[in-house]
Design a protein around this ligand. Structure first.
Ligand SMILES: NC(=O)c1ccc[n+]([C@@H]2O[C@H](COP(=O)([O-])OP(=O)(O)OC[C@H]3O[C@@H](n4cnc5c(N)ncnc54)[C@H](OP(=O)(O)O)[C@@H]3O)[C@@H](O)[C@H]2O)c1
Length: 280
């Protein structure tokens, strides 16, 4: 049997997933990355498999392809995901279901396919790429935040359940990271005019966001650190700023935290309800 450890990284065609696959391949891991269009890529030193995490058969074929070749999976990095740029009210039910189908149910499909293998081995690391949006919801991505909050609860629970089999479940929570994430984010099919001013204001911040974004390597090195730790913690952030943001949420009074979010996103304080004057 090969001495090299085997990792399956979903969504490795670009951004964080590709950076992670390349870093681990350089560390002598046997790396299988995935894409919905695998033939478009010819990675050096690792292999690209076809995978759509929204499709049961595709998940099953992808995991079988690895086990038939190598016989084991030491680590699964659930990275595939996308953003939905809709204000919470705007998103259609179909858009919400599609967001959860990839970012949440897709992770579950992968875990259900890989966990029997890891239980049999008596070991394994499952790293779920969440987000600071899994801790703090900010506009205009309520449903994206909801999908990552769901992933947080899922991972925390699964971690308790599978520790007995030697399997470690970990959340990596990046903040803004350089990738194609924002270019690939889906805009709402039914935008509501009342949100246009806020949409424009937040859209105007995008250049500033891109400048502040951490390199994808910050996430990749965090994943590597987790995979090299026999008993990793539940949660890892990837930069000092992200660590601070994640912890400020626990330390600061809620009102102060919400004031800071409003300040960063240029949001107005809550307006008094129109009917409140009538009662005075
Ligand atoms: N960039 C950020 O600021 C940021 C911050 C926090 C968290 N994250 C999280 O990091 C992860 C990676 O995002 P990224 O920034 O690297 O974005 P990206 O550059 O857009 O890459 C997304 C990857 O996900 C794959 N993917 C999307 N839908 C898929 C599906 N249905 N089935 C299989 N693969 C699918 C894409 O593969 P193909 O298109 O080739 O199939 C691609 O490789 C996501 O989970 C995202 O939520 C990103």
């Amino acid at each position: 049997m090969s001495e090299r450890r085997t990792v399956l990284v979903t969504g490795a065609s670009k951004g964080i997933g590709r950076e992670t696959a390349e870093l681990l391949a350089g560390d002598n891991w046997e790396v299988f990355g995935t894409s919905r269009t695998p033939d478009d890529y010819a990675p050096d030193g690792w292999e690209m498999l076809g995978l759509d995490v929204t499709d049961d058969a595709s998940v099953s074929e992808c995991v079988s392809a690895v086990t038939e070749r190598i016989g084991r999976i030491d680590a699964l990095v659930n990275n595939a995901g996308y953003g939905l740029n809709a204000f919470t009210e705007e998103a259609t039910v179909e858009e919400v279901c599609a967001q959860f189908e990839t970012n949440y149910v897709g992770v579950h499909r992968m875990c259900r396919a890989v966990l029997p293998i890891m239980r049999r081995q008596g070991s394994g690391h499952i790293v779920n790429i969440s987000s600071l949006s899994g801790l703090i919801g900010t506009p205009p991505s309520g449903h994206y935040a909801a999908s990552k909050h769901a992933l947080e609860g899922y991972s925390q629970t699964m971690r308790f359940e599978v520790a007995q089999f030697g399997v470690r479940v970990v959340l990596v929570e990046p903040g803004f990271t350089q990738s194609e994430f924002r270019a690939n984010a889906v805009d709402p099919a039914e935008p509501i005019e009342a949100y246009d001013e806020l949409r424009e204001r937040i859209g105007g911040m995008s250049e500033h966001v891109e400048q502040r974004a951490a390199p994808a390597s910050a996430v990749a090195t965090t994943v590597r650190r987790v995979l090299n730790t026999p008993h990793p913690r539940l949660r890892y952030t990837c930069t000092r700023m992200d660590w601070l943001a994640a912890h400020m949420r626990c330390w600061l009074p809620q009102g102060v935290m919400h004031w800071m979010v409003r300040k960063v996103f240029g949001l107005q304080a809550a307006k008094r309800p129109a009917h409140s004057d009538a009662h005075e």
